[in-house]
Design a protein around this ligand. Sequence first.
Ligand SMILES: [Zn+2]
Length: 78
Amino acid sequence: MMTCRDATALASHQLGGTPSVRQRLALRVHLLMCGACRRAARQLRATVALLHAIGHDEPGPSAAREAALLDAFRRRDG
Ligand SMILES: [Zn+2]
């Protein structure tokens, strides 16, 4: 099974890219088994969605905030 570190990295990467089917499946399995990562991934998605909703008319600053957020998420040591 993938580690929490791998899962958070993939979850945050997923927002900006397209992971392989295998990666998505591994992440899904991890999220099913790991409540901490499940909550973190849900919060990350909700926060990013909120940032998009608030700042979609100013892509520069919004992208910077999103990058800072993703960085903070990646640093979180599950
Ligand atoms: Zn985990």
